[in-house]
Design a protein around this ligand. Sequence first.
Ligand SMILES: Nc1nc2c(ncn2[C@@H]2O[C@H](COP(=O)(O)OP(=O)(O)OP(=O)(O)O)[C@@H](O)[C@H]2O)c(=O)[nH]1
Length: 316
Amino acid sequence: MLTGFLGSGKTTLLNRLLADGVNTAVVINEFGEMPIDQDLLASQDLPLTVLSGGCLCCKVKGALAPTLKNLWMAWDQAKDKPFERMIIETSGVASPEPILDTLLRERWLAGRYHLQHVITTLAIPSAAAQLDSFAEARAQVAWADTLLLTHADLSNADQHAALETRLQVLAPATPRQTATAGDFRTASLLTKEGPSLRRVPAGDPLPAHSFRSISLHLERAPPWQHLQTILHELLACHPQDLLRVKGVVYLAEQAEPMVIQAAGAQLYPPVPLVSRAADDGRGRLVFIVNGDPTALAKDLSSAFGLLLNPNAIKLH
Ligand SMILES: Nc1nc2c(ncn2[C@@H]2O[C@H](COP(=O)(O)OP(=O)(O)OP(=O)(O)O)[C@@H](O)[C@H]2O)c(=O)[nH]1
């Protein structure tokens, strides 16, 4: 299971893990109503289930057991086994407990699947602040078998030290690895076994999330400079509430669709999309917000203006 806060590098790690050629079934959980992650997978030719529009720990928790049962049935009945392992990528705001509760306590599943390893990604520049602010981020660290510290190339010594101080308190004994620019040593991650006896979650109901998502479709292709300016301004105006931007858009100067990503204050350069699961020729952007999303929705509407259809902005 891969977990870790918004934008910390789960999908990047997933792509690295999938590159080893082992047949893998993937279950991706996305908080946003409009899923993006499946388009970001380098390999599209695998058993893939996307559970979107909420977290596996709450809104879509009920979908996990049936999904895993269906995948197991397909595996069991196939002559040529379609996969040898499964990777579950949780949403960035999911608490791992209810997911582990399903995996470890559901008798049918626990008798057929073995939970090998829980990996939690933490982006060094932003993780200490996220751990201070969000119980979900602390739970992701608490349940990890391995902590993978990412974005080392964008971090400085102070950020590293601040995170180390927090981890010494939250998970002093959990092994850690550091990665630079997505250069994960995946072979050593995959051969690791989790604990032979696992702590079983208490199963208590969790407090409700404070997170919401906004999704929109772009009807026109903006030049990158225009889109970049809009996104920079939105990130600057909403430093506390706008946690993540993710999407696939068409740009005026580019034939192929481009992947757009921002996490915290960091806007990443757009990357051409290699292949796309479903292509309707329209750009899609998802914004994950902490707290009331109405102020951001208003700003999105005026910032994107003519690029949008009326009623194109959806709050969830
Ligand atoms: N510079 C740098 N960028 C990275 C690193 N790891 C990931 N990224 C970039 O960070 C952005 C977010 O990475 P993802 O792998 O999509 O993060 P995620 O945890 O899957 O995000 P969510 O699923 O939305 O929570 C992408 O633009 C990645 O290319 C890293 O170590 N260094």
